[in-house]
Design a protein around this ligand. Structure first.
Ligand SMILES: NC(=O)c1ccc[n+]([C@@H]2O[C@H](COP(=O)([O-])OP(=O)(O)OC[C@H]3O[C@@H](n4cnc5c(N)ncnc54)[C@H](OP(=O)(O)O)[C@@H]3O)[C@@H](O)[C@H]2O)c1
Length: 113
């Protein structure tokens, strides 16, 4: 899950953490301590939710994140590319299809199988 520190991403992590056998990598772009709600949830479910540094469209960050998850789990079932901001004040640099440029990051992460 990208953008797991607050908003919809945080709520989805919280809901998914209640699923049996869930293993969730909660992507945040800052240190976990910056996201109090998520930090509390990680403390509550330390074997279920794992914080992971992910900045959308950062190839370096996301290659490192992919390699880390691969080393821990060997596979990923679902990636939720939630991180983003709505409106004219978009801070994410987009690439790919120009018509999606206001809808969020087209290149959110890289995953090599
Ligand atoms: N809320 C709505 O009504 C609505 C409607 C349609 C679509 N959406 C989409 O749903 C997604 C989540 O919305 P929301 O309302 O939960 O937004 P939000 O409360 O503003 O949260 C945005 C999340 O994305 C993270 N983020 C922003 N830019 C990032 C980047 N470049 N790299 C990594 N993380 C980044 C933020 O991290 P920080 O905490 O570090 O800033 C934050 O965790 C967005 O993509 C939004 O466009 C929302």
């Amino acid at each position: 899950m990208t953008g797991a520190g607050r908003g919809i991403g945080y709520d989805l992590v919280k809901q998914l953490s209640e699923q049996q056998n869930a293993v969730i990598y909660a992507g945040v772009r800052g240190a976990l301590a910056e996201y109090q709600q998520l930090a509390s949830l990680v403390a509550q479910f330390p074997d279920v939710i794992f914080p992971l540094k992910i900045t959308s469209a950062s190839q370096e960050d996301n290659t490192a994140a992919a390699e880390y998850v691969r080393s821990k789990e060997g596979k990923v079932d679902v990636i939720i590319a939630n991180a983003g901001e709505l409106g004219d004040r978009m801070t994410i640099s987009c690439s790919g299809r120009a018509d999606r440029s206001k809808a969020g990051p087209v290149v959110s992460f890289l995953w090599q199988s």
